[in-house]
Design a protein around this ligand. Structure first.
Ligand code: GLP
Length: 241
């Protein structure tokens, strides 16, 4: 894993945007795997700024998001579908029908995961996957203990994850209990992976990630086995290495 140290959140975001822009400029029909959460917002803002100033085109780009809550409509402001539209898609020239998020009708909708896997394969796989990391080491919504061979499926969210994400909801009961998430093996099939880590809250897990063996208790540790991973972390996240 290659580590790039950034001074702060904004520098991390700028560096991540630069890598994505280079990817899109090198391959105009890139398939990008995108993430949600607080961490990539600054990256998306820098992509939008670059689009406005330099007109980097996303006309042929295809995006596949990592995960989505189950039980929220697409136009619910807490859904990842809404987030992606607001934070990125509506500000750049990507056609709406080239932006995909997994979606499941209910927690019993097992077909949904298989369909998303087929979709990823039919698009030729993911060229570059952007990732964040949960405070418990999750990637996507693959909580500790998830099998490394998992593919896209319906997952139950850890209480700690629901608590961490409750800040976006009015009350805890509104936070969905389940999500559909790309699996760990799905993520590992991406040709390149860029992991963004920011803030003191992520310092303990980043410290663990660097010092632990590859184990299912720490989902992100599998990234050590991938041949092209870049971690961009800011100083706060690196503060207890
Ligand atoms: C969320 C998302 C992840 C994200 C992580 C960290 O629950 N499912 O994809 O990377 O948790 O989120 P944040 O960037 O807000 O810390």
């Amino acid at each position: 894993m290659k580590l790039i140290e950034a001074q702060n959140y904004d520098e991390m975001s700028k560096l991540a945007a630069k890598i994505i822009i280079e990817q899109v400029q090198t391959k105009s029909n890139s398939v990008l795997g995108l993430a949600t959460g607080g961490t990539p917002i600054g990256t998306y803002q820098h992509l939008i700024k670059d689009f406005t100033q330099n007109k980097t085109s996303y006309e042929q780009v295809i995006t596949l998001n990592l995960d989505e809550y189950i039980g929220l409509e697409k136009d619910n402001p807490q859904s990842y579908s809404y987030y992606m539209k607001e934070q990125l898609f509506k500000h750049i020239n990507i056609p709406e029908n080239q932006t995909y998020l997994p979606s499941a009708k209910s927690v019993q909708d097992e077909e949904a995961g298989r369909n998303y896997e087929k979709l990823i394969d039919s698009l030729g796989g993911i060229d570059m996957q952007i990732l964040g990391i949960g405070e418990n080491g999750h990637i996507g919504f693959n909580e500790p203990g998830t099998s490394f061979s998992s593919t896209t499926s319906i997952v139950k969210l850890a209480d700690s994850t629901r608590e961490a994400n409750a800040r976006y909801f009015t009350k805890m009961e509104d936070v969905p209990t389940h999500a559909i998430s790309m699996g760990i093996s799905t993520i590992m099939k991406s040709r390149k992976i860029v992991l963004l880590v920011s803030g003191v809250k992520k310092a303990p897990i980043l410290n663990q990630l660097f010092h632990t063996d590859v184990k299912e208790d720490l989902p992100a540790s599998i990234l050590k086995k991938h041949l092209d991973v870049t971690i961009i972390a800011d100083q706060e996240a690196l503060s207890i290495l």
